[in-house]
Design a protein. Structure first.
Length: 309
């Protein structure tokens, strides 16, 4: 099948949109780390997901109405939302204990596991270079979490649990993208998170009498966290409409770079040389997968662009 050329202006626009999206994701991670040091995780996650739902309904509700809640595989959609909510919780536990950059880098183990599991579970072909990239990603992870790295062992464990839940989330996203709309999937995850953490918050509220009253800075951080997540996903989706996944997939790994730089700027934490080398392995391995995928037919590339939206 012949490749369809992508206009240079469209490709540049796609790269810029996805770069901005992952910057917002890293900014949200940084804001969350500050908030998790002051308030309980269920409280912050409940407010974040609820604001996410309200923003989505305000923007898309008038035009799409009940179509936002129409699913062909509702139980799988629910399972996907639960996996993301669980991933959010253990990721928050990791952020409480570790720097932002290292936490984000460890969770990027998930795409490599998805790469390997997509073959037996979804019938996708994993070639020789896919295996090379997966090995490179795991070697990078070992450098990051090596003995003597100074990372909190519990934090590492929570980050790896987050990556594990994210694997299930991405695999279900790949499967459900064939039958569900992007907006319906986006709203469903926000709704599951808001209901789930709202319930946890209601059950644990009597024990939260000592919660400090949020000041203007904390309110701004919370609103910023919700906006970063929502706008980031909008930009992410828009970017994948402009250019193929083969071009944009390496840009996703800028999330690690942004998270590391923000961790340095806000918390004065800079990883050591071996940790940076490990992050580099993860970045290079992810880019290798993307560059090799550039040889796929364009229809396969555009199909994969729906993943992660």
């Amino acid at each position: 099948m012949t490749q369809i050329p992508i206009p240079a202006t469209s490709a540049i626009k796609g790269v810029l949109l996805v770069s901005a999206a992952v910057f917002l994701f890293a900014s949200g991670d940084t804001a969350a780390k500050i908030l998790f040091a002051i308030y309980s995780i269920p409280l912050i996650l409940a407010l974040r997901y609820t604001l996410n739902v309200l923003i989505l309904l305000a923007v898309f509700g008038p035009r799409h109405g009940l179509a936002l809640f129409r699913y062909r595989r509702p139980w799988l959609v629910l399972a996907r939302g639960v996996l993301l909510a669980l991933s959010s919780f253990v990721f928050a536990m990791a952020l409480q204990r570790m720097p932002v950059g290292e936490t984000v880098a460890i969770t990027y183990l998930a795409p490599f596991v998805v790469l390997l599991l997509a073959g037996p579970l979804l019938g996708e072909v994993v070639g020789r270079w896919g295996w090379v990239a997966a090995v490179g990603g795991f070697l990078g992870l070992l450098l990051i979490v090596r003995p003597g790295s100074g990372l909190n062992p519990a934090g590492v464990g929570f980050a790896m649990l987050s990556a594990t839940a994210t694997v299930g989330y991405h695999l279900l996203t790949r499967f459900l993208a064939r039958t569900e709309t992007t907006l319906a999937l986006l709203v469903s995850t926000a709704l599951v998170g808001s209901v789930g953490y709202g319930t946890v918050l209601a059950l644990t509220w009597p024990g939260m009498a000592s919660i400090p009253t949020p000041g203007l800075a904390q309110v701004a951080l919370l609103i910023g966290l919700a906006l970063a997540s929502t706008i980031g996903h909008f930009l992410f989706t828009a970017g994948y409409r402009e250019a193929p996944a083969a071009l944009l997939a390496p840009v996703n790994y800028l999330h690690i770079v942004w998270a590391t730089l923000l961790g340095w700027a806000v918390f004065a934490h800079m990883p050591d040389a071996l940790t940076i080398a490990g992050m580099g392995c993860v970045l290079a391995s992810g880019a290798l997968v993307a560059l090799r995928s550039a040889r796929k037919p364009v229809d396969q590339i555009e199909s994969s662009a729906q993943i992660g939206t």
